[in-house]
Write a protein that binds this ligand. Structure first.
Ligand code: UT7
Length: 329
């Protein structure tokens, strides 16, 4: 039996930098090839922020588009939640920067750090805050400028990531439409398989630490891959169970866009035909917390999501963290 939803998506928006970095461009930077990147990841190009284009620039654009789509004025927003690990600066929260830039003068604003799971973690937080905190218009955003922490000499990681932001405006649900279930989980014992060791209180940004590139991304790709498939499958099962639904009920599955082989493996586990599994990793690479909200906005724009669509969303990222949600449009 379907759950009665607390909140629904009133509008969506996305923004990516204009600058595109193709696999061919990367061939000029590191020892890689277009063929290797496409075969192993499915990525063909990614958008990369220009210098002077911080995260807040992308988030503001995505947020303003979502507000327009929802027909909600900035002053009506009472809460801003931003999932990111690449804020404009260590503090304050980039959500506060965004609050000022969009004129959401009546909002509380904060960032959450759950890496690629940031958007779906934020969705569960938004749901509780609407249910128990009385918030009525919530701006939930996932955004990253991961290019700012990529080691451009490390071919294992630099080919994978892209920049962007995706936003949704959430409001109370008055009918069947809305967030039917959310599920979040973590396992910190795997934190050293995907992480950035530097520039925190453990390894402050001294010239030595920065010289050793401790501020950049480290990843054991093969291990992360294995856990991603298992944990995403688990999360989607949990979210389906909570909503009293089966995988077959879904009209679209939006998996985190990290690697086409992971996306296909997850789709296969749920016997989802290819046309029911959303893929845009070829054009964006892995945009971490932005990946799912960018896909939602694109899928609405292109008619892959319309009124009546039942959509499963599932993600996995550093921490490890993983999460899923079932949404009735
Ligand atoms: O967003 C959070 C979740 N993140 C993920 O889900 C990422 C998960 N992991 C992956 O997507 C994949 O593991 C990668 C795409 C990162 C790597 O693919 P793989 O098939 O697991 O390759 P590998 O790491 O096992 O490396 C295979 C070979 C190695 O060479 P040897 O040791 O076999 O000679 C690598 O050095 O490919 C080499 N290699 C490359 N070659 C050309 C690694 N990166 C590159 C590259 N270009 N960019």
């Amino acid at each position: 039996m379907k759950q009665k939803p607390t909140m629904e998506i009133l509008g969506t928006g996305r923004a990516v930098p204009d600058r595109i970095l193709t696999n061919k461009d990367l061939e000029q930077i590191v020892d890689t090839s277009d063929e290797w990147i496409i075969t192993r990841t499915g990525i063909r190009e990614r958008h990369i922020a220009n210098p002077g284009e911080p995260l807040s620039t992308l988030v503001v654009k995505a947020a303003e588009r979502a507000l327009t789509d929802a027909g909600v004025a900035p002053e009506e927003i009472d809460l801003i939640i931003l999932g990111t690990v690449t804020g404009d600066s260590k503090f304050p929260a980039t959500a506060c920067v965004v609050q000022e830039l969009i004129g959401a003068v009546n909002a509380a604003a904060f960032d959450i750090s759950a890496a690629c799971s940031g958007f779906l973690y934020g969705m569960q937080i938004a749901e509780s805050m609407m249910l128990h905190g009385g918030y009525r218009r919530i701006l939930l955003v996932g955004g990253e400028v991961l290019s700012s922490m990529v080691n451009w000499q490390d071919r294992d990681t630099c080919v994978l990531f892209g920049d962007g932001a995706g936003a949704v405006v959430l409001g109370p649900s008055h009918g069947e439409k809305g967030i039917l279930s959310t599920y979040i989980k973590s396992d910190g014992s795997f934190r050293n398989l995907l992480y950035s060791p530097g520039c925190g209180s453990l390894n402050p940004p001294t010239p030595e630490n920065v010289g050793q590139m401790l501020h950049t991304i480290r990843m054991e790709g093969r291990e992360v891959f294995r856990h991603a498939v298992t944990s995403m499958s688990d999360a989607l099962n949990q979210a389906l169970d909570k909503a009293g639904l089966q995988a077959d009920d879904l009209s679209l599955l939006i998996p985190h866009q990290a690697n086409l082989r992971i996306i296909e493996a997850v789709g296969k586990r749920f016997h989802a035909p290819a046309d029911k599994v959303y893929v845009n990793v070829d054009r964006y690479g892995n945009t971490s917390a932005a990946s799912i909200p960018i896909a939602i906005d694109e899928a609405r724009e292109t008619g892959r999501i319309s009124s009546g669509s039942l959509v499963g969303m599932v993600t996995f990222g550093a921490g490890f963290t993983w999460a899923a949600a079932i949404v009735q449009f």
